[in-house]
Design a protein around this ligand. Structure first.
Ligand code: HEM
Length: 196
């Protein structure tokens, strides 16, 4: 057996010893379980209570100077002109009426694009691990937009925290009536946004 054949045999033997199957297989130990619960966050609460925060002029402190800006503004998280990473927002998104529109029609709306992008920045059921809350708080992470929420007691932080902490029941979708109890009185159209 010539030297080259010898080194290939040695490499194959080495890979087999490391638990690899064929020479180029992935190691068998790689695990990629599906999302734990697959639960969704409430669309109704997002539309009434979270989306207004994303359009609200707020003090933005960056490098020691404070200005007023909105999360959805150009240069920040605007879908077209934003520099805000994966959180992409349409500031002009108008409210949709879940009572009269089909789920597919809502999912085609601009408001739903804001919901979906914000959901992508959230760990369902775990607000303290969610960028959607930690970035504007600059809590354990840096934020290109600086400090937006002074602390976790701010009303805006509490609204985002409550939304992420209250997923819809397993097996129910983002339009579940279970969200009614997130409002007082328990009516998504007229109730005040709960935060605890
Ligand atoms: C309540 C308001 C805001 C929220 C909830 C928010 C949230 C976030 C989130 C979740 C990310 C990470 C996106 C990713 O995963 O790629 C991010 C990044 C970013 N944001 Fe914001 N943001 C807000 C306001 C702002 C504002 C007002 C600005 C501009 C002044 C801004 C500028 C940026 C920039 C430049 C990044 C990319 C760099 C980075 O990842 O930190 N944000 N923001």
């Amino acid at each position: 057996m010539n030297a080259r054949a010898h080194s290939v045999a040695a490499l194959a033997a080495l890979l087999a010893a490391c638990g690899g199957g064929g020479a180029l297989d992935n190691p068998p130990t790689l695990a990629n379980p599906p999302g734990a619960t697959g639960q969704k966050l409430s669309f109704a609460y997002f539309q009434r209570c979270v989306n207004p925060v994303l359009n609200q002029p707020l003090p933005v402190t960056l490098n020691g100077s404070t200005s007023i800006n909105t999360c959805a503004s150009g240069g920040c998280h605007d879908n077209t002109t934003g520099t805000g990473g994966a959180l992409r927002l349409l500031g002009q998104a108008t409210a949709v009426d879940p009572a009269t529109l089909s789920a597919d029609a809502i999912r085609a709306s601009d408001m739903y694009k804001n919901y979906y992008s914000s959901l992508g920045e959230s760990v369902v059921g775990a607000p303290d691990q969610s960028r959607m809350l930690n970035k504007p708080l600059v809590r354990g992470v840096l934020h290109g937009g600086g400090l937006i929420f002074e602390n976790t007691d701010s009303r805006e932080a509490q609204l985002i925290r409550y939304w992420i902490s209250r997923p819809m029941p397993q097996g129910q979708d983002e339009f579940s009536a279970a969200a009614n109890t997130m409002f007082t009185p328990p009516d998504p159209a007229t109730g005040a946004c709960n935060t605890e």
